[in-house]
Design a protein around this ligand. Structure first.
Ligand code: ZN
Length: 513
C-alpha cells in the first residue's frame, strides 16, 4: 500500500473512533446533568457498549499494520521522516495510544472496569460513613490494577509510577516533579503560616444569601463577557463542575450554585471557561483527529487556572466586572467597592479540603498527594497506613489536621477510580500558567496599538489575551509534548520561579507582610 493510502485509511479509523468517543461523552454529559435517577442502569450499558466498540476499532490489527507501514514503532513513534510534520505528530499520538491499549488483554480491561465501578461505589459509602477500613480492600485493588497495567506496558516496579504520570503529563518523571515540588513546598508552606498568623481578612458581604436563579443568570452573562461564543457551547449544572468536548463546535461546561456561596459558582464558571477556550481555539485543520485536544492535563490546568486565578482573582478583573455583578445583586453588594471585593476573593486560610483551597494553599494539597502516591508505588507505604500519614503531612505542610478521614484521605474521587498520577497536573498547571502569563505580558505590554493586559482586563476586553493564547498555545492541539510547547512559547524549561514570584508579590501586598 502506498503511504498516502495508508495514511488515508488511518485517518478514517481515527475519525470513526473519535466520533464514538464523543458519542460516549454525550451520554456521560447527559448522565451528569439531566438523566433521571432511574435512567442510570441502562445508561451504564449504553456507555459500556460504545466504549467497547471504540476500543475494538482502535486496537484492530489493521491499525498496528498501518502504523508499522508508515515507519511508526514504539522507539520511533513519529514514523517516516519524509512525511509532513503534522502527519508525524498524528502518527506519534496514535502509536502511543495504540501501544497502551493494544498491550492490555481484553479480560484485564473488563475486570479492571468492573473493579473500578465497585471501588467508586465503595468510596462514596466510605466517605459518607467516615469508614476508611471499608475502603481499604478496594484501594488496594486499584493500586494493584494500576501496577499490573504498567507491567503489561513493559515497565519494572521501580518505573511503575513514572509510567502512570506519563498518562497525564507525557515526558515528565517523578524525579523531575520532585525537583520542582520541593522548592515549591519550601516557599509556600512558610508563606502560608505567615499569612495564617495575620488577622483573617473579613468580607461579610460574601456571607450573605445570593438567590441561585439570579446566580445562574449572572454566570451566563459572565461566560459571554469572558468571550465564550454560546453558539459553540453551553453552561449547565452539576455537583462537580467539569468541561467536556462533544464536537469541534460544541464544548460544554458546568458549574454549581449554592445560595450561601456566591464565589463557588463564579470561579467554577471562569475555571471551566478557561478549559473550554483551549478546546475551542484548536486549528480547524485538526478537526475530528486525535490531535484536536489539549496536550496534557497540566497544560489544560494552566489555562483554566490562568483564567480563574491570575485573571479572575485580579484587581483589574473586578474593577471591570463588579458593576455587572452589583446590577444582579444590588441588596447584597451595593456598598462594596472593587478593592474590597478583590480582597474578599483572595482570602487565605489553611483548610482541609483541596477543592476549597485558596491560591497559596492549593499546591500544598497537591504536593502532599504526590508524595503519598510515590510511596504507595515504591512499596514504602501500605494502604492501611494512609490516614495516619495523611494527618501528619497535613500538619507539616499546612498546619491543620483533619479530625475525620472523610475530611482527609477520603475527600477526593481520583484514587477510587485508579487515577494515580493525575494529581500533580493541578500544581504543574499553576507553574505552566505563570510561565505563559509572564511571556504574554512581555509580548503585549508596551505596544502602542493595544492596551496593556491589565488595562484591557479592567475594561472587560479579553480579545488580545484570547488571540495570544490561541496563537501560541491553543491552535496546536496536542501536536507537541508539554515540554516542547513550553520551550517553543517561552524559551524556558518548567520552572517554579514565575509562579512563586507572582504568589509572593500578590500576597505580600494583600497581607502587608
Ligand atoms: Zn480544571
Amino acid at each position: 500500500m502506498k503511504s498516502e493510502e495508508a495514511l488515508e485509511r488511518l485517518h478514517k479509523i481515527d475519525r470513526e473512533v473519535n466520533h464514538l468517543i464523543k458519542t460516549a461523552a454525550i451520554l456521560q454529559w447527559d448522565q451528569e446533568t439531566y438523566l433521571p435517577p432511574r435512567g442510570v442502569e441502562d445508561r451504564a450499558e449504553q456507555l459500556a457498549l460504545i466504549e467497547g466498540i471504540a476500543h475494538e476499532r482502535f486496537t484492530t490489527p489493521e491499525m498496528g499494520r498501518l502504523l508499522t507501514e508508515l515507519g511508526s514503532d514504539t522507539k520511533n513513534p513519529s514514523g517516516d521522516e519524509k512525511l509532513p510534520p503534522v502527519e508525524r505528530d498524528f502518527l506519534k499520538t496514535l502509536r502511543r495510544a495504540y501501544d497502551r491499549e493494544a498491550l492490555l488483554p481484553q479480560a484485564f480491561v473488563s475486570d479492571a472496569a468492573r473493579a473500578q465501578g465497585l471501588s467508586q461505589a465503595a468510596w462514596v459509602e466510605a466517605r459518607k460513613n467516615n469508614d476508611f477500613a471499608a475502603f481499604v480492600p478496594h484501594l488496594k485493588a486499584m493500586v494493584e490494577i494500576s501496577r499490573k497495567k504498567t507491567e503489561y506496558w513493559g515497565f519494572s516496579q521501580a518505573a511503575a509510577y513514572n509510567a502512570l504520570l506519563d498518562l497525564y503529563e507525557p515526558g515528565l518523571t517523578a524525579a523531575e516533579i520532585t525537583a520542582l515540588f520541593t522548592p515549591l513546598r519550601d516557599r509556600l508552606s512558610p508563606l502560608l503560616k505567615k499569612i495564617a498568623a495575620q488577622p483573617y481578612m473579613d468580607a461579610p458581604f460574601l456571607d450573605r444569601i445570593f438567590d441561585t436563579d439570579q446566580q445562574a443568570r449572572y454566570n451566563r452573562q459572565l461566560m459571554e463577557k469572558l468571550g465564550f461564543d454560546l453558539r459553540r457551547g453551553r453552561l449547565d449544572i452539576t455537583a462537580h463542575p467539569f468541561t467536556t468536548t462533544l464536537g469541534f463546535d460544541d464544548v460544554r461546561i458546568t458549574t454549581r450554585y449554592h445560595s450561601d456561596n456566591l464565589l463557588s459558582s463564579i470561579f467554577s464558571t471562569i475555571h471551566e471557561s478557561g478549559h473550554a477556550f483551549y478546546e475551542l481555539n484548536i486549528d480547524p485543520a485538526l478537526r475530528g483527529t486525535c490531535l484536536a485536544e489539549g496536550v496534557s492535563m497540566g497544560i489544560h490546568e494552566s489555562q483554566s487556572r490562568l483564567w480563574e486565578n491570575v485573571i479572575g482573582r485580579s484587581r483589574a478583573f473586578w474593577e471591570g466586572q463588579l458593576p455587572g455583578l452589583k446590577d444582579v445583586f444590588p441588596d447584597q453588594l451595593s456598598a462594596v467597592d472593587s478593592d474590597a471585593f478583590y480582597r474578599g476573593v483572595n482570602r487565605v486560610r489553611p483548610s482541609l479540603i483541596r477543592v476549597e483551597a485558596d491560591e497559596v494553599s492549593y499546591s500544598l494539597h497537591i504536593i502532599l498527594r504526590f508524595e503519598l502516591e510515590k510511596r504507595l508505588f515504591s512499596g514504602d507505604l501500605a494502604v492501611e497506613d494512609l490516614p495516619a500519614v495523611w494527618r501528619q503531612s497535613m500538619w507539616d505542610f499546612l498546619g491543620v489536621e483533619p479530625e475525620t478521614d472523610a475530611e482527609g484521605v477520603l475527600q477526593d474521587v481520583h484514587w477510587s477510580q485508579g487515577s494515580f498520577g493525575y494529581f500533580p497536573s493541578y500544581a504543574l498547571g499553576n507553574l505552566y500558567g505563570l510561565q505563559f502569563w509572564k511571556k504574554l505580558r512581555q509580548d503585549l505590554q508596551g505596544r502602542s496599538d493595544i492596551p496593556a493586559p491589565e488595562a484591557a482586563i479592567a475594561q472587560g476586553d479579553f480579545s488580545t489575551i484570547h488571540a495570544w493564547l490561541r496563537d501560541h498555545i491553543h491552535q496546536w492541539g496536542r501536536r507537541f509534548d508539554p515540554a516542547d510547547l513550553l520551550k517553543q512559547v517561552t524559551g524556558e524549561t518548567l520552572s517554579v520561579t514565575p509562579f512563586l514570584e507572582y504568589i509572593e508579590a500578590k500576597y505580600t501586598e494583600l497581607y502587608e507582610l
